[in-house]
Design a protein around this ligand. Structure first.
Ligand code: NDP
Ligand code: GUE
Length: 290
């Protein structure tokens, strides 16, 4: 059997069109959704992502500002800029591109962003609200994965999902979201014994490890859904995921490619969250008037 490929690029395109329509409506009410992206240092991969975020804003008619700092930026300077953006009414979303230089404490920086403008969904307030099932900004990659599964018509309730990776920005939140959707969730990580034993039981595998081709055909139960979050470069410099795509696709029922899978969805959900934040802002203005 060859798996159905879940085309993230195509789903992203459809979602972006819906977002662009909503942006037009908000503009008619006098609000242009605005995103500020902060990039510290000169990491080429980070620069590529930040540029595609800017491009998406433009495409969808949103306002965007890109703020770049040298590697030598101090934590105090960065916190000062965030405080300023928290007060700026033209900015509804603030994203600080990770990773940050070692001298800057990421936790402090994330916690300095107003939860109302935390469109990355990394602030503990949003993580906590997401886990308890309240309205929240949901981190873009996990959110994008959920939307892809739904668009592909994949049932989540009652399924066994195995998440490989437990980072705060991908693994942990994606498992929680799947749990909210009534999946039975197992987390695997570098201390997991006999990874294969777990993944072979999975109806849905989410690979967020950061190692090229780490999940092979041997890890996949026939017909399983395989979601590849990894963005790696192989020895030849080619972009590839955490899944050995060619072999895994012969066993899986559904599979996401890299590029063209989770990545484009991440950016789309960032746009969705920025739009949502702008709408929240407008609602607040309107209710304070009445
Ligand atoms: N497409 C997209 O939009 C995005 C893609 N990414 C990509 O996703 C990948 C993961 O990112 P991120 O979560 O930030 O990475 P991290 O490096 O923060 O986390 C990697 C996780 O993989 C686990 N791990 C490492 N080795 C093994 C192993 N041998 N067996 C089982 N688990 C293992 C680690 O376990 P432990 O906790 O025990 O160390 C850790 O939990 C990267 O390739 C990244 O580039 C990231 C964000 C967005
Ligand atoms: N504060 C913060 N928020 C993030 O959301 C964040 C971050 N920091 N740091 C880095 C990771 C990584 N990430 C990606 C986004 C899009 C693609 C993407 O669009 N990838 C394309 C290919 C891009 C290429 O060609 O390099 C694809 O998979 O098709 C990939 C990775 C967001 N991240």
């Amino acid at each position: 059997m060859t798996a159905t490929i879940i085309d993230g690029k195509e789903i992203a395109k459809k979602k972006k069109q819906e977002i662009a329509n909503e942006v037009e409506k908000l503009k008619a009410e006098g609000i242009v959704p605005g995103l500020a992206v902060i990039l510290v240092g000169d990491n080429q991969a980070s620069r590529t992502y930040v540029n595609s975020k800017q491009r998406a804003c433009k495409e969808l008619g949103m306002h965007s500002v890109q703020i770049e700092y040298p590697e030598s930026l101090t934590e105090e300077e960065l916190l000062g800029k965030i405080a300023e953006l928290n007060q700026d009414d033209t900015i509804h979303g603030i994203l600080v591109q990770l990773p940050l230089p070692k001298a800057i404490n990421e936790t402090r920086v994330i916690e300095a962003i107003s939860p109302e403008k935390d469109v990355d969904g990394f602030h503990p307030v949003n993580i906590g609200r997401m886990i308890t099932g309240q309205d929240a900004f949901i981190s873009c990659t996990p959110f994008g994965i959920l939307v892809m599964l739904k668009e592909a018509g994949i049932e989540i309730a009652g399924k066994h999902a195995v998440v490989v990776g437990r980072s705060n920005i991908v693994g942990k939140p994606v498992g929680q979201l799947l749990l909210n959707e009534n999946a039975t969730v197992t987390y695997c990580h570098s201390r997991t014994k006999d990874l294969e034993k777990h993944t072979l039981e999975a109806d849905i595998i989410v690979a967020a490890v950061g190692r090229a081709g780490f999940i092979t055909e041997r890890h996949v139960k026939p017909g399983a859904v395989v979601i590849d979050v990894g963005i790696n470069r192989n020895e030849a410099g080619k972009l590839c995921g955490d899944v050995a795509f060619e072999e895994a696709k012969e066993k899986a029922g559904f599979i996401t490619p890299v590029p063209g899978g989770v990545g484009p969805m991440t950016i789309t959900m960032l746009m969705f969250n920025t739009l949502k934040s702008a709408r929240n802002h407008l609602n607040k203005l309107q209710s304070s008037k009445s």
